[in-house]
Write a protein that binds this ligand. Structure first.
Ligand code: FES
Length: 159
């Protein structure tokens, strides 16, 4: 005879349900409306087929990872896509980074900082500022990857 154990998760009773709802409300209160919108409706998620540059970074503190793929046309970022394995702030910063960087020249995009991204999201809790590093760092790695493949862009010949 095979012993099988079926575990049924008990429904949250009223006190525990209230605690969970209160905690969820506190978490939502920590973030701006823009952070919540970009987390719930992320823009430009995915991966570009045959990208011109790829950037991957990880956060050693929390183990989160981000992969950025870019398309470059006429020296500008024509498209950016991202895949992020991470927290809500990392998702929101990935989404906002693409909105800030698409259409920019490579130099303008390289100058994009984590503070620019956090400001565009109307701020992040200080404990979550490190999450915006992923987005700005991954974009820089992807652009550097593109420039390594196109040294003529990185080091234009003197006229
Ligand atoms: S907690 Fe890891 S990126 Fe946000």
């Amino acid at each position: 005879m095979v012993n099988s154990v079926v575990r049924v998760r008990p429904a949250l009773g009223p006190p525990l349900k209230r605690v969970t709802e209160r905690r969820n409300t506190m978490v939502m209160d920590m973030y701006s409306k823009k952070v919540i919108d970009n987390f719930q409706n992320p823009r430009n998620a995915g991966e570009i087929v045959n990208p011109d540059g790829v950037g991957e970074v990880g956060n050693p503190q929390c183990g989160d990872m981000m992969r950025i793929t870019i398309k470059v046309e006429d020296g500008r970022l024509a498209d950016i896509k991202w895949k992020t394995l991470g927290c809500g702030a990392a998702i929101a910063t990935s989404s906002m980074m693409t909105q800030l960087a698409i259409g920019k020249s490579l130099d303008e995009a390289l100058a994009l900082t984590r503070d620019n991204i956090a400001t565009a999201l109307d701020g992040l809790p200080s404990a979550k500022m490190h999450c915006s590093n992923l987005a700005s760092d991954a974009l820089k790695v992807a652009i550097k990857n593109y420039l390594e493949k196109h040294p003529e862009v990185a080091n234009p010949k003197p006229e």
